[in-house]
Design a protein around this ligand. Structure first.
Ligand code: FEO
Length: 168
């Protein structure tokens, strides 16, 4: 059985992952409304990915015979300056999640929650991938700047994202 402090922290991370999902959904809606359909697709897939992260933690708690206590979700940002700024925010969001996972891992270490440590290793690896993906896209937007033709090309490229690319 996990300690109460560990259970609370994992429940909190479920909320963090669901908030990330909600936030990506909001970004996706903005992109779609602005006719950046490729970026919208990328963001929607990322939203689904974050939901799967929440479910992975939920399943872990249940497998350990612990309770899942879902919390209210905060409202995500709904207005953005530009499609490039959205990806900058996505990168910043991933960096925040990385620090949340690191803290959770540290807590699991202190609590000697060995099964949780193994579970969280998957998330640590995943965060490396997610930050890398977001960073590469931000870099591309920085190169393209405001050139409309290049922006459309980049948007098309983002729309080619495949589900399996994104991992679990
Ligand atoms: Fe589940 Fe992108 O953090």
């Amino acid at each position: 059985m996990l300690s109460q402090v560990m259970q609370d922290a994992i429940n909190e991370q479920i909320n963090n992952e669901l908030f990330a999902s909600y936030s990506y959904l909001s970004m996706s809606a903005w992109c779609e409304h602005q006719q950046f359909t490729g970026s919208a697709r990328w963001m929607r897939m990322q939203s689904e990915e974050e939901r799967r992260h929440a479910l992975k933690l939920q399943d872990f708690l249940l497998a350990r015979n612990c309770r899942v206590i879902l919390q209210p979700l905060a409202q995500p940002v709904v207005d953005f300056e530009s499609v490039s700024s959205i990806f900058e925010q996505a990168l910043a969001q991933e960096q925040i999640v990385t620090s949340q996972i690191d803290k959770l891992y540290e807590l699991a270490f202190q609590e000697k929650a060995f099964a949780a440590l193994v579970e969280l290793e998957w998330f640590i690896t995943e965060q490396v991938e997610e930050e890398k993906a977001a960073r590469e896209i931000v870099h591309k937007f920085n190169m393209v700047k405001d050139d409309p033709a290049s922006l459309l090309d980049l948007d098309r490229e983002l729309g080619e994202r495949q589900a399996e690319e994104a991992g679990a």
